[in-house]
Design a protein around this ligand. Structure first.
Ligand code: JAH
Length: 227
C-alpha cells in the first residue's frame, strides 16, 4: 500500500517509523511518504492560509497550495481522506475497507480547515473516472488542533489490517467479533495474586469451552456498562 500525508507539520509523523508500522515499511509492505505543504508555496513568507470569505474567526487554508501538493498524488486510483471534525465517523469497518485500497492520501488541515473547493475539485467526475475517491473523515466528536493526530490514528488502525503487517494473525481473528458490537473481555496474567486481587477461578480451570462462555459474558457486560 502507498500512503501519502500532506501537512505543515511533518514531524507529527515521526511515530510512523516505530513498531509495527516502521517494520512494515522496512519489509516493503507499506510505502509511506510525508509531504511538507509549505514546500508548495511560492511567496517569500510561505503562506498557507488567509482570512475566511464572509468573515468569522480564524484562518482558512489556501486552495492553490493544496492543489499544488495534491495534483501529483491524485493521478490515478487513490482515496483522498480529508480529516475534519465534520466528516464521517471513522470505524473498524472503515479501517477494514481502507486496508484493501492501493493508495491513501491524507490531507491534514490546520486552523479552521481547508477551503472547501479542494474537496469539490477532486470530487469531480474526471477524478472519479480515474479512480479518485474523496472522503471527509472524523475520528471522533471533538476538535483537534489539526488533522495530523487523526491521520496517525487512521494509519495505525488501517495498516495493522494489511496481511503481513501484524506478526501474529491469531490476535486479529480473535478480535474480529469485536467490531460487531462486543468489547473485549478482561485479561489477566502472572502473578496469580497481586495486591490482594486474584484471577477468576474459571481461567485456571483448563476448561476451554467454559472459559470461552465466561469471556463472552464478561465482554457483553463490559459493552453494556460502557455504552
Ligand atoms: C481541526 C483541521 N475528529 C477528529 C478531528 C479531525 C480533524 C480536526 N479536528 C478533529 C481538524 C482543525 C483543522 C482539522
Amino acid at each position: 500500500m502507498k500512503i501519502d500525508a500532506v501537512t505543515i507539520f511533518p514531524e507529527y509523523f515521526a511515530p510512523t517509523q516505530l513498531s509495527l508500522l516502521g517494520k512494515a515499511q522496512d519489509k516493503g509492505l507499506i510505502d509511506l511518504q510525508i509531504h511538507d505543504l509549505r514546500s508548495f508555496t511560492s511567496d517569500n513568507h510561505n503562506t498557507v492560509d488567509d482570512t475566511p470569505y464572509g468573515g468569522g474567526a480564524g484562518m482558512v487554508m489556501l486552495p492553490e497550495i493544496w492543489g499544488e501538493a495534491l495534483d501529483p498524488l491524485l493521478i490515478s486510483d487513490a482515496d483522498l481522506i480529508i480529516l475534519t471534525p465534520a466528516g464521517r465517523r471513522f470505524s473498524q469497518a472503515m479501517a477494514a475497507d481502507f486496508s484493501k485500497r492501493e493508495h491513501l492520501v491524507f490531507a491534514c488541515g490546520r486552523y479552521e480547515g481547508i477551503d472547501d473547493r479542494v474537496r469539490q475539485f477532486y470530487s469531480q467526475p474526471q477524478f472519479a473516472n480515474s479512480g479518485v475517491r474523496v472522503h471527509e473523515v472524523s475520528i471522533g466528536d471533538y476538535v483537534l488542533g489539526g488533522g495530523e493526530v487523526a491521520a496517525l490514528v487512521m494509519i495505525e488502525a488501517i495498516t495493522r489490517l494489511i496481511p503481513g503487517v501484524l506478526g501474529n494473525p491469531e490476535s486479529l481473528a480473535e478480535e474480529s467479533h469485536n467490531s460487531d458490537g462486543y468489547l473485549e473481555y478482561p485479561n489477566f496474567t502472572k502473578p496469580q495474586e497481586w495486591r490482594g486481587f486474584g484471577v477468576p477461578e474459571i481461567l485456571l480451570s483448563g476448561n476451554h469451552g467454559e472459559i470461552a462462555k465466561w469471556r463472552e459474558l464478561q465482554a457483553q457486560k463490559r459493552a453494556k456498562k460502557n455504552i
